[in-house]
Design a protein around this ligand. Sequence first.
Ligand code: PBG
Length: 325
Amino acid sequence: MSRFPDTRLRRLRQSRAVRDLVRETSLEPRQLVLPLFVREGVTEPQPIGSMPGVVQHSLDSLRRAVTDAADAGVGGVMLFGVPAVRDAIGSAADDPDGILNVATAAVASEVGDALVVQTDLCLDEFTDHGHCGVLDGDGAVDNDATLERYASMALAQAQAGSQMLGLSGMMDGQVAVVRQALDDEGFTDTLLLAYAAKYASAFYGPFREAVDSQLTGDRRTYQLDPGNRREGVREALFDQDEGADIVMVKPAMAFLDVLREVRDSVEVPVWAYQVSGEYAMIEAAATNGWIDRPAAVLESLLSIRRAGADAVLTYWAAEAARWLR
Ligand code: PBG
């Protein structure tokens, strides 16, 4: 008999102890990954106006932030580089002396196995036009020429000590090409995190400030149309076939339906990226006293886990990890 009054659904909510016992979704520090920005040529961390509490790190402050994240129990860090000089092909990206590779080496030696050191593998921070790939004669993003740059970047990052490469450029074939390049050089243990379903989203706005993006147009010829769910699943299946160890959906909260469907469609772990705009929205509302900050942050992370993410990239990773302990 599953009807009132024989059944009372509120029985399961009567006390904290009962609620704790029947909660379906967990949120643990190890499931959080902290994105970090490191800027070439600065000695002090630089604030990012649209992301209060997030900074462009100096090499020193980056080391401290990574150690702090490890102490908090965070599962990993994802490093983004902000170079001093940019050019058409993003030369600093695969230069061993480029800021991202130097920072990776510094951090990898520091934390060892305490957490997983990951690096963003994309050209947009390094190109003077701000696109994720190199351009052809007509100014369009050249898929196959970009793949050669990604292969070279992958080797530079693996050599620097990155354990996991975050392929965020949305070029066709990027997972297969990078896997092959790594394997050919003996980097068979380097993990590939494929930003499989990455949408052309307005929620990346604050990130563009964070990396001093030079982009003037948009990324709609390579990132997904926000209206398309099936296409997101198709991308994830493609990346799994190409050898991705983990696939990602990004942004998170505006794409929870895609996240759920990808989780139900692939066998590899599925991660989600709670992006800069998602961070900025909650921070802005909290600053105005319109929302309970920790409660809103944890609820947002729980919703992403509930929708199917095995782990979440979030700018609150270290702080949320401390709340959860
Ligand atoms: C591309 C990249 C972007 C983000 C992560 N990797 C920017 C973009 O695609 O425009 C956005 C992350 C965020 O908004 O927090 N290297």
